[in-house]
Design a binder for this molecule. Sequence first.
Ligand SMILES: [Zn+2]
Length: 111
Amino acid sequence: MFPARMCRCASSRAGRLALLIVVLGLVAAGLVPRFTVSAAEARRNSCAQNVASINAQVERWHAITGAWPRTDLTDMGADASYFPQGIPTCPVDGTAYELDSGTRRVKGHIH
Ligand SMILES: [Zn+2]
């Protein structure tokens, strides 16, 4: 009688543990895609911020010098008063930002 009772108790405990592991697995499986989506969204938002910041600095460059910076932004990148840590690169695809020669705005980067 006594051993049978212990056995039922142990198997019940093992069943609860298995159920807990399954539930935790389901929760983790649901959270992983959510984290990767939010990281991708953060990179897209960071790119949009970079584009806005570069466009603002291009306007500042034009107001100060009376000319537009080069489309590859190397002249602006060489002046630490604009981007002290260098002109950022796109956090989404890693490419350098370039200006459209007609609009004088950062081209592309519609993620
Ligand atoms: Zn980008």
